[in-house]
Design a protein around this ligand. Structure first.
Ligand code: LLP
Length: 420
């Protein structure tokens, strides 16, 4: 599905011309396509529904990728669950209409208050990442007179071959418990009075375009499940985490959900395990773009710069992970291109959204920074007292504001000066 395409020489989101959105809501603006969001989730649901091992599977969207209520609400309506990493995300998904019994709680640092909140809500599972966390949860659940359903996040020590900042399943990572310790930890968990062992979990990294490391990780986890069964510890669900990559640039090939899931489901056939998945980027990444306007063209001594009204505070992926985002003119000109560093107004050399991009542009032109639906707005900040962008969702010919542009007053509303 191509939610963003040129029609009569103008880039559209579904049936809406992007210049119309810029006129109405100003720039920078995050623009999402409802159809693309829904298609991405359906692709997962369809593959799971077509495979016997997919029966009862739960797709828990990783909220961190894009936490807008409208996005969460669309996914909840289609039956998705949610993977959360904070009490804030729990509150968000509940506000968006999520079923708490479809929520898994990941993360290495769950606080007492967050555990209480999740136990009261009645979530599906806590993904436990350390012994002290397990003990704390047992205690908190005991105080509330509850049993906490858990899985251990096991580190399969598989190299996902992605950017080091988003590799999580290696021995050196702060995430999960060591593979070799898992059996003993499960025995300990099984003996705790307020803990109910229900599943097993792993997440090896993000933006994987080669699905083979997922299969490797699954083999290791299945071997562990067999060991646990021999020790009398039954596992009911297997959470394979998120991590399936998206196509950010022309030369990349995005594996289909079928190519990712079917080999995993084949291995799971006949085991009676409920499958849980935690995709984030894959469900939202290519369903959003960042719409921005060229403020100035600056022809420097060594380089040409396009200074735009979006910046690293709006989209930090290029600065933080060398992330590549295609940058397309909204109304392409037939003129010759020049290589521009596309930069924002922030006082940092790292404030760029793309380097040496061949573009034919003039001041005032609109640009679309593509594949920005995941970890875009979710990681936006107010650095340089820049209000965060407006977010709109296009649905056919309709445009809905799903988050208003912040005002500067909102940014300092919680601040105060000393009395004297
Ligand atoms: N589950 C767990 C436990 C995770 O830590 C993550 C992502 C996911 C699921 C979702 O992974 P996904 O399907 O989106 O790859 N900000 C970085 C990505 C950080 C990913 C952190 N964990 C970026 O912009 O590339």
């Amino acid at each position: 599905m191509t939610p963003f395409a040129l029609k009569n020489g103008v880039l559209h989101a579904e049936a809406v011309a992007l210049p119309t959105i810029a006129e109405q809501f100003d720039t920078p603006a995050y623009v999402y396509s409802r159809a693309a969001l829904e298609a991405a989730l359906r692709e997962f649901h369809d593959v799971l529904a077509a495979h016997p091992a997919g029966a009862g599977a739960l797709v828990c969207y990783a909220v961190k990728a894009n936490a807008n209520l409208a996005v969460l609400n669309l996914f909840a309506r289609l039956g998705a669950g949610f993977d959360i990493v904070s009490g804030g995300e729990l509150q968000r998904v509940l506000a968006a209409g999520a079923d708490p019994r479809k929520v898994v709680f990941s993360g290495v640092g769950k606080s007492v208050a967050e555990m209480q909140q999740a136990l009261e809500a009645g979530i599906f599972c806590f993904n436990i990442e350390s012994v002290p966390e397990l003990e704390r949860l047992n205690e908190v659940a005991g105080q509330l007179g509850k049993q906490a359903p858990i899985s251990l996040r096991v580190n399969p020590n598989v190299d996902p071959k992605t950017h080091p900042y988003i590799s999580t399943g290696l021995k050196e990572a702060k995430f999960g418990v060591a593979y070799d310790d898992a059996l003993a930890l499960y025995q300990r968990a099984a003996a705790l009075p307020h803990i109910a062992v229900t599943g097993i979990d792993c997440h090896i990294g993000s933006q994987l375009l080669d699905p083979s490391p997922f299969a490797e990780a699954l083999d290791r986890i299945l071997a562990l499940i067999d060991q646990l069964a021999a020790e009398g510890i039954a596992i009911h669900h297997i959470d394979l985490g998120g991590g399936l990559g998206i196509k950010y640039r022309e030369d990349q090939v995005q594996p289909t959900a079928a190519a990712y899931l079917n080999p995993l489901l084949d291995k799971l056939t006949g085991r009676g395990l409920r499958v849980v998945l935690e995709p984030g980027r894959r469900l939202v990444g290519n369903a959003g773009l960042l719409l921005t306007r060229v403020e100035y063209l600056k022809h420097g001594e060594a380089k040409d710069f396009a200074i735009i009204d979006a910046a690293m505070n709006d989209l930090i992926r290029p600065a933080l992970y060398d992330g590549w985002h295609d940058i397309l003119p909204v109304t392409p000109r037939p003129d010759a291109t020049r290589d521009y560093d596309v930069v924002g107004p922030i006082c940092e050399s790292g404030d760029f959204l793309g380097l040496a991009r061949p573009l034919a542009i003039e001041p005032g032109d609109l640009l679309a920074v593509m594949s920005a639906g995941a970890y875009g707005m979710a990681m936006a900040s107010n650095y340089n007292t820049r209000p965060r962008a407006v977010e709109v969702m296009v649905d056919g010919a309709a445009v809905h504001v799903i988050r208003q542009r912040e005002t500067v007053e909102q940014l300092y509303a919680g601040e105060s000066v000393l009395p004297r």
